[in-house]
Design a protein around this ligand. Structure first.
Ligand code: PEP
Ligand code: MN
Length: 364
Protein backbone atom coordinates (compact mmCIF):
# COMPACT_ATOMS: atom_id res chain seq x y z
CA UNK A 1 0.00 0.00 0.00
CA UNK A 2 1.30 3.43 -0.98
CA UNK A 3 1.37 6.11 1.70
CA UNK A 4 -2.02 7.86 1.61
CA UNK A 5 -2.08 11.49 0.49
CA UNK A 6 -4.62 13.91 1.97
CA UNK A 7 -5.11 17.34 0.42
CA UNK A 8 -7.28 19.68 2.49
CA UNK A 9 -8.06 23.36 2.19
CA UNK A 10 -10.47 25.91 0.79
CA UNK A 11 -11.72 25.92 -2.77
CA UNK A 12 -10.19 29.39 -3.10
CA UNK A 13 -7.83 31.53 -1.08
CA UNK A 14 -10.06 34.50 -0.20
CA UNK A 15 -7.95 36.46 2.27
CA UNK A 16 -4.78 35.95 4.28
CA UNK A 17 -6.89 35.52 7.45
CA UNK A 18 -9.10 32.87 5.84
CA UNK A 19 -6.07 30.95 4.52
CA UNK A 20 -4.35 31.00 7.91
CA UNK A 21 -7.55 30.10 9.80
CA UNK A 22 -8.21 26.98 7.76
CA UNK A 23 -4.48 26.21 7.64
CA UNK A 24 -4.32 26.26 11.45
CA UNK A 25 -7.41 24.07 11.71
CA UNK A 26 -5.87 21.50 9.36
CA UNK A 27 -2.43 21.66 10.96
CA UNK A 28 -4.10 21.30 14.38
CA UNK A 29 -5.73 18.15 13.17
CA UNK A 30 -2.57 16.62 11.88
CA UNK A 31 0.01 17.45 14.53
CA UNK A 32 0.63 16.00 17.98
CA UNK A 33 -2.31 17.41 19.83
CA UNK A 34 -4.12 15.56 22.59
CA UNK A 35 -7.36 17.25 21.57
CA UNK A 36 -7.01 16.25 18.02
CA UNK A 37 -9.24 13.59 16.60
CA UNK A 38 -6.84 12.93 13.76
CA UNK A 39 -3.95 11.99 15.97
CA UNK A 40 -5.15 9.35 18.31
CA UNK A 41 -4.69 5.63 18.14
CA UNK A 42 -7.58 5.32 15.71
CA UNK A 43 -6.20 7.88 13.36
CA UNK A 44 -4.97 6.92 9.94
CA UNK A 45 -3.81 10.43 9.12
CA UNK A 46 -0.82 10.46 11.44
CA UNK A 47 2.27 12.20 10.18
CA UNK A 48 4.41 9.14 9.83
CA UNK A 49 1.78 7.32 7.83
CA UNK A 50 0.52 9.89 5.39
CA UNK A 51 1.19 13.14 3.60
CA UNK A 52 -1.08 16.10 4.36
CA UNK A 53 -0.99 18.94 1.83
CA UNK A 54 -2.74 22.30 2.15
CA UNK A 55 -4.69 23.37 -0.94
CA UNK A 56 -6.11 26.72 -2.05
CA UNK A 57 -7.03 27.91 -5.55
CA UNK A 58 -5.62 31.31 -6.55
CA UNK A 59 -6.73 31.42 -10.18
CA UNK A 60 -10.25 30.00 -10.25
CA UNK A 61 -11.69 28.54 -13.48
CA UNK A 62 -15.27 29.73 -12.81
CA UNK A 63 -18.20 29.12 -15.13
CA UNK A 64 -19.41 32.73 -15.11
CA UNK A 65 -17.20 35.84 -15.43
CA UNK A 66 -19.54 37.59 -12.99
CA UNK A 67 -18.42 35.46 -10.03
CA UNK A 68 -15.28 35.50 -7.84
CA UNK A 69 -12.31 34.67 -10.07
CA UNK A 70 -9.69 34.12 -7.35
CA UNK A 71 -7.19 36.50 -5.75
CA UNK A 72 -4.41 35.56 -8.19
CA UNK A 73 -0.72 36.19 -7.60
CA UNK A 74 -1.13 37.99 -4.25
CA UNK A 75 -2.24 34.73 -2.63
CA UNK A 76 1.17 33.10 -3.25
CA UNK A 77 2.57 34.92 -0.19
CA UNK A 78 -0.31 33.56 1.94
CA UNK A 79 0.54 30.01 0.86
CA UNK A 80 4.20 30.70 1.75
CA UNK A 81 2.99 31.66 5.26
CA UNK A 82 1.26 28.28 5.56
CA UNK A 83 4.51 26.57 4.51
CA UNK A 84 6.71 28.51 6.89
CA UNK A 85 4.47 29.06 9.93
CA UNK A 86 2.47 25.84 9.89
CA UNK A 87 5.05 23.56 8.30
CA UNK A 88 2.64 22.15 5.74
CA UNK A 89 3.40 21.64 2.05
CA UNK A 90 1.03 23.62 -0.17
CA UNK A 91 -0.68 23.11 -3.52
CA UNK A 92 -2.48 25.36 -5.97
CA UNK A 93 -4.13 25.01 -9.37
CA UNK A 94 -2.37 26.24 -12.50
CA UNK A 95 -3.99 26.61 -15.90
CA UNK A 96 -1.47 28.66 -17.90
CA UNK A 97 2.34 28.78 -18.33
CA UNK A 98 2.38 32.17 -16.57
CA UNK A 99 0.54 30.85 -13.49
CA UNK A 100 2.87 27.82 -13.50
CA UNK A 101 5.96 30.01 -13.60
CA UNK A 102 4.69 32.24 -10.78
CA UNK A 103 3.80 29.24 -8.59
CA UNK A 104 7.15 27.54 -9.19
CA UNK A 105 9.11 30.69 -8.49
CA UNK A 106 7.17 31.17 -5.24
CA UNK A 107 8.22 27.66 -4.17
CA UNK A 108 4.73 26.13 -4.13
CA UNK A 109 5.27 22.44 -3.32
CA UNK A 110 2.63 20.84 -5.54
CA UNK A 111 0.69 22.04 -8.57
CA UNK A 112 -2.58 20.63 -9.79
CA UNK A 113 -4.21 20.73 -13.19
CA UNK A 114 -7.98 21.28 -12.93
CA UNK A 115 -10.70 19.36 -14.73
CA UNK A 116 -11.22 22.00 -17.42
CA UNK A 117 -7.52 22.34 -18.26
CA UNK A 118 -7.18 18.57 -18.16
CA UNK A 119 -9.57 18.43 -21.15
CA UNK A 120 -7.10 20.49 -23.21
CA UNK A 121 -3.88 18.75 -24.33
CA UNK A 122 -2.37 21.97 -25.73
CA UNK A 123 -2.76 23.74 -22.38
CA UNK A 124 -1.24 20.77 -20.52
CA UNK A 125 1.65 20.70 -23.01
CA UNK A 126 2.33 24.38 -22.38
CA UNK A 127 2.31 23.84 -18.61
CA UNK A 128 4.82 21.00 -19.07
CA UNK A 129 7.05 23.33 -21.10
CA UNK A 130 6.80 25.99 -18.38
CA UNK A 131 7.90 23.46 -15.75
CA UNK A 132 10.84 22.30 -17.87
CA UNK A 133 12.03 25.84 -18.63
CA UNK A 134 15.10 26.82 -16.56
CA UNK A 135 14.30 29.05 -13.61
CA UNK A 136 15.74 32.56 -13.42
CA UNK A 137 18.79 33.14 -11.25
CA UNK A 138 18.04 33.28 -7.52
CA UNK A 139 16.35 36.52 -6.61
CA UNK A 140 14.32 37.84 -3.73
CA UNK A 141 11.27 36.23 -5.26
CA UNK A 142 12.61 33.18 -7.02
CA UNK A 143 14.70 30.51 -5.35
CA UNK A 144 16.48 29.57 -8.56
CA UNK A 145 15.81 25.86 -7.99
CA UNK A 146 12.76 23.78 -8.79
CA UNK A 147 11.17 23.24 -5.41
CA UNK A 148 8.06 21.59 -6.85
CA UNK A 149 7.64 18.07 -5.46
CA UNK A 150 4.84 16.73 -7.62
CA UNK A 151 1.95 17.29 -9.98
CA UNK A 152 -1.69 16.32 -9.59
CA UNK A 153 -4.11 16.08 -12.49
CA UNK A 154 -7.88 15.86 -12.20
CA UNK A 155 -9.92 13.83 -14.67
CA UNK A 156 -11.06 15.90 -17.67
CA UNK A 157 -14.63 17.18 -17.44
CA UNK A 158 -15.52 15.55 -20.75
CA UNK A 159 -15.42 11.95 -19.44
CA UNK A 160 -12.49 11.02 -21.70
CA UNK A 161 -10.18 8.54 -19.92
CA UNK A 162 -7.82 8.28 -22.91
CA UNK A 163 -7.23 12.03 -22.78
CA UNK A 164 -6.62 11.85 -19.01
CA UNK A 165 -4.00 9.14 -19.61
CA UNK A 166 -2.46 11.19 -22.44
CA UNK A 167 -2.15 14.24 -20.21
CA UNK A 168 -0.72 12.17 -17.35
CA UNK A 169 1.98 10.99 -19.79
CA UNK A 170 2.61 14.61 -20.79
CA UNK A 171 3.10 15.59 -17.14
CA UNK A 172 5.41 12.62 -16.56
CA UNK A 173 7.75 14.15 -19.16
CA UNK A 174 8.69 16.71 -16.48
CA UNK A 175 10.32 13.96 -14.42
CA UNK A 176 8.24 14.98 -11.37
CA UNK A 177 5.99 12.49 -9.56
CA UNK A 178 2.48 12.59 -11.02
CA UNK A 179 -0.77 11.71 -9.19
CA UNK A 180 -4.31 11.50 -10.55
CA UNK A 181 -7.34 13.00 -8.79
CA UNK A 182 -10.74 11.65 -9.71
CA UNK A 183 -13.56 14.24 -9.30
CA UNK A 184 -16.24 12.77 -11.57
CA UNK A 185 -18.02 14.67 -14.36
CA UNK A 186 -20.72 17.16 -13.51
CA UNK A 187 -22.09 15.54 -10.40
CA UNK A 188 -21.84 11.99 -11.77
CA UNK A 189 -19.16 9.82 -10.15
CA UNK A 190 -18.03 8.32 -13.49
CA UNK A 191 -16.38 5.42 -11.68
CA UNK A 192 -15.45 3.85 -15.00
CA UNK A 193 -12.74 6.51 -15.42
CA UNK A 194 -10.54 5.62 -12.41
CA UNK A 195 -11.32 1.95 -13.13
CA UNK A 196 -9.94 2.29 -16.67
CA UNK A 197 -7.04 4.44 -15.48
CA UNK A 198 -6.05 1.85 -12.85
CA UNK A 199 -6.07 -0.85 -15.53
CA UNK A 200 -3.89 1.25 -17.85
CA UNK A 201 -1.51 2.55 -15.15
CA UNK A 202 -1.67 0.17 -12.16
CA UNK A 203 1.09 1.93 -10.20
CA UNK A 204 -0.26 5.46 -10.53
CA UNK A 205 -1.72 6.80 -7.25
CA UNK A 206 -5.35 7.90 -7.63
CA UNK A 207 -6.96 10.25 -5.11
CA UNK A 208 -10.66 11.04 -4.79
CA UNK A 209 -12.11 14.57 -4.70
CA UNK A 210 -15.52 13.98 -3.09
CA UNK A 211 -16.20 17.73 -2.89
CA UNK A 212 -16.38 18.37 -6.63
CA UNK A 213 -17.75 14.90 -7.35
CA UNK A 214 -20.89 15.51 -5.30
CA UNK A 215 -21.10 19.30 -5.03
CA UNK A 216 -22.62 18.58 -1.61
CA UNK A 217 -20.82 18.70 1.76
CA UNK A 218 -23.31 16.19 3.21
CA UNK A 219 -22.13 13.52 0.76
CA UNK A 220 -18.42 13.99 1.45
CA UNK A 221 -18.11 11.48 4.36
CA UNK A 222 -19.87 8.71 2.41
CA UNK A 223 -17.68 9.27 -0.63
CA UNK A 224 -14.53 9.24 1.54
CA UNK A 225 -15.70 5.89 2.83
CA UNK A 226 -16.22 4.68 -0.74
CA UNK A 227 -12.71 5.85 -1.70
CA UNK A 228 -11.34 3.61 1.04
CA UNK A 229 -13.48 0.68 -0.11
CA UNK A 230 -12.21 1.12 -3.66
CA UNK A 231 -8.61 1.14 -2.45
CA UNK A 232 -7.89 4.68 -3.69
CA UNK A 233 -4.72 6.36 -2.52
CA UNK A 234 -5.93 9.53 -0.84
CA UNK A 235 -8.38 12.40 -0.80
CA UNK A 236 -8.66 16.03 -1.87
CA UNK A 237 -11.37 17.64 0.28
CA UNK A 238 -12.43 21.28 0.29
CA UNK A 239 -12.45 22.76 3.80
CA UNK A 240 -13.53 26.31 4.62
CA UNK A 241 -13.63 28.02 8.03
CA UNK A 242 -17.20 29.11 7.30
CA UNK A 243 -18.53 27.19 4.27
CA UNK A 244 -21.79 29.12 3.92
CA UNK A 245 -19.82 32.34 3.40
CA UNK A 246 -17.37 30.87 0.88
CA UNK A 247 -16.93 32.92 -2.29
CA UNK A 248 -16.93 29.76 -4.44
CA UNK A 249 -18.29 26.21 -4.06
CA UNK A 250 -20.01 27.09 -0.77
CA UNK A 251 -22.35 24.07 -0.79
CA UNK A 252 -19.60 21.48 -1.02
CA UNK A 253 -16.97 22.72 1.43
CA UNK A 254 -16.86 21.10 4.85
CA UNK A 255 -16.02 22.94 8.08
CA UNK A 256 -12.95 22.21 10.21
CA UNK A 257 -15.26 20.30 12.57
CA UNK A 258 -16.46 18.22 9.64
CA UNK A 259 -12.84 17.52 8.74
CA UNK A 260 -12.01 16.44 12.27
CA UNK A 261 -14.91 13.99 12.16
CA UNK A 262 -13.84 12.41 8.86
CA UNK A 263 -11.09 10.08 10.08
CA UNK A 264 -13.28 8.97 12.97
CA UNK A 265 -15.89 7.85 10.46
CA UNK A 266 -13.36 6.20 8.20
CA UNK A 267 -10.60 5.10 10.55
CA UNK A 268 -11.57 1.47 10.89
CA UNK A 269 -12.05 1.00 7.19
CA UNK A 270 -8.94 2.89 6.13
CA UNK A 271 -6.86 1.01 8.67
CA UNK A 272 -8.18 -2.32 7.55
CA UNK A 273 -7.71 -1.24 3.96
CA UNK A 274 -4.05 -0.38 4.42
CA UNK A 275 -3.36 -3.96 5.42
CA UNK A 276 -5.23 -5.53 2.53
CA UNK A 277 -4.26 -6.02 -1.10
CA UNK A 278 -6.11 -3.94 -3.72
CA UNK A 279 -9.88 -4.44 -3.49
CA UNK A 280 -11.60 -7.11 -5.41
CA UNK A 281 -12.75 -6.30 -8.95
CA UNK A 282 -16.31 -6.85 -7.69
CA UNK A 283 -16.18 -3.69 -5.54
CA UNK A 284 -15.43 -1.62 -8.65
CA UNK A 285 -17.99 -3.40 -10.81
CA UNK A 286 -20.69 -2.81 -8.19
CA UNK A 287 -19.80 0.89 -7.88
CA UNK A 288 -20.11 1.23 -11.65
CA UNK A 289 -23.39 -0.69 -11.68
CA UNK A 290 -24.91 1.46 -8.91
CA UNK A 291 -24.00 4.54 -10.91
CA UNK A 292 -25.69 3.17 -14.04
CA UNK A 293 -28.81 2.42 -11.94
CA UNK A 294 -28.77 5.98 -10.59
CA UNK A 295 -28.69 7.32 -14.14
CA UNK A 296 -31.37 4.84 -15.23
CA UNK A 297 -33.71 5.98 -12.48
CA UNK A 298 -33.05 9.59 -13.34
CA UNK A 299 -33.79 8.83 -17.00
CA UNK A 300 -37.09 7.19 -16.05
CA UNK A 301 -37.98 10.25 -13.97
CA UNK A 302 -37.22 12.52 -16.96
CA UNK A 303 -39.41 10.35 -19.17
CA UNK A 304 -42.29 10.59 -16.68
CA UNK A 305 -41.93 14.39 -16.56
CA UNK A 306 -42.25 14.54 -20.36
CA UNK A 307 -45.15 12.10 -20.19
CA UNK A 308 -46.97 14.40 -17.76
CA UNK A 309 -46.49 17.32 -20.19
CA UNK A 310 -47.86 15.19 -23.05
CA UNK A 311 -50.86 14.38 -20.83
CA UNK A 312 -51.58 18.10 -20.38
CA UNK A 313 -51.34 18.66 -24.16
CA UNK A 314 -53.69 15.74 -24.86
CA UNK A 315 -56.24 17.08 -22.37
CA UNK A 316 -56.08 20.58 -23.88
CA UNK A 317 -56.56 19.20 -27.38
CA UNK A 318 -59.19 16.56 -26.55
CA UNK A 319 -56.92 13.64 -27.50
CA UNK A 320 -57.30 10.16 -25.89
CA UNK A 321 -54.63 9.20 -23.37
CA UNK A 322 -54.23 5.69 -24.81
CA UNK A 323 -52.73 5.68 -28.32
CA UNK A 324 -52.11 1.97 -29.16
CA UNK A 325 -50.53 2.77 -32.53
CA UNK A 326 -47.94 5.09 -31.01
CA UNK A 327 -47.11 2.55 -28.30
CA UNK A 328 -46.65 -0.16 -30.94
CA UNK A 329 -44.18 2.10 -32.79
CA UNK A 330 -42.21 2.62 -29.57
CA UNK A 331 -42.19 -1.14 -28.91
CA UNK A 332 -40.94 -2.02 -32.41
CA UNK A 333 -38.16 0.57 -32.26
CA UNK A 334 -36.88 -0.71 -28.90
CA UNK A 335 -37.18 -4.38 -29.93
CA UNK A 336 -35.00 -3.68 -32.99
CA UNK A 337 -32.46 -1.86 -30.81
CA UNK A 338 -32.40 -4.57 -28.13
CA UNK A 339 -31.94 -7.39 -30.69
CA UNK A 340 -28.58 -5.88 -31.57
CA UNK A 341 -27.42 -6.10 -27.95
CA UNK A 342 -28.68 -9.57 -27.07
CA UNK A 343 -31.50 -8.43 -24.78
CA UNK A 344 -34.50 -10.75 -25.12
CA UNK A 345 -37.85 -9.61 -26.58
CA UNK A 346 -39.47 -10.75 -23.34
CA UNK A 347 -37.29 -8.38 -21.27
CA UNK A 348 -38.01 -5.47 -23.64
CA UNK A 349 -41.74 -6.12 -23.43
CA UNK A 350 -41.71 -6.40 -19.63
CA UNK A 351 -39.78 -3.13 -19.21
CA UNK A 352 -41.82 -1.21 -21.79
CA UNK A 353 -45.14 -2.45 -20.45
CA UNK A 354 -44.19 -1.30 -16.94
CA UNK A 355 -43.02 2.11 -18.15
CA UNK A 356 -46.08 2.56 -20.36
CA UNK A 357 -48.44 1.62 -17.53
CA UNK A 358 -46.85 4.26 -15.28
CA UNK A 359 -46.97 6.78 -18.14
CA UNK A 360 -50.68 6.22 -18.70
CA UNK A 361 -51.26 6.60 -14.94
CA UNK A 362 -49.38 9.96 -15.06
CA UNK A 363 -51.53 11.17 -17.96
CA UNK A 364 -54.90 10.03 -16.60
C1 PEP B 1 -10.95 23.03 -7.53
O1 PEP B 1 -10.32 22.05 -7.11
O2 PEP B 1 -11.23 24.02 -6.85
C2 PEP B 1 -11.48 22.97 -8.89
C3 PEP B 1 -11.75 24.06 -9.59
O3 PEP B 1 -11.71 21.73 -9.27
P1 PEP B 1 -12.12 21.08 -10.68
O4 PEP B 1 -11.04 21.42 -11.62
O5 PEP B 1 -12.19 19.63 -10.33
O6 PEP B 1 -13.45 21.65 -11.06
MN1 MN C 1 -13.76 24.22 -5.79
Amino acid sequence: MKQPIYIFGPCAAESEEQVMAVGRAIAGCTTQNAECTMHNAQCTMQHAECTVIFRAGLWKPRTSPDTFQGVGEQGLAWLQRVQHELGMPVATEVATPEQTRLAIEAGIDYLWIGARTSANPIAVGEIVEAIRRPLPAPSLKGKGVLHTKGLFIKNPVNEDTALWIGNIKRLQQTGLPVYAIHRGCGHHPCWHMPYELRQAMPDLPILLDPSHMSGDAAQVPTLCHQAAELGLDGLMVEVHPCPEQALSDSKQQISPDGLAALPKQNAALLKQNAALPKPDELVWLRAMMDEVDDRLWDTIRQRMDISRQIGIWKRQHGVEVLQPQRFEQIRQRRLAQARQTDISDETVNTILDAIHKESVRKQS
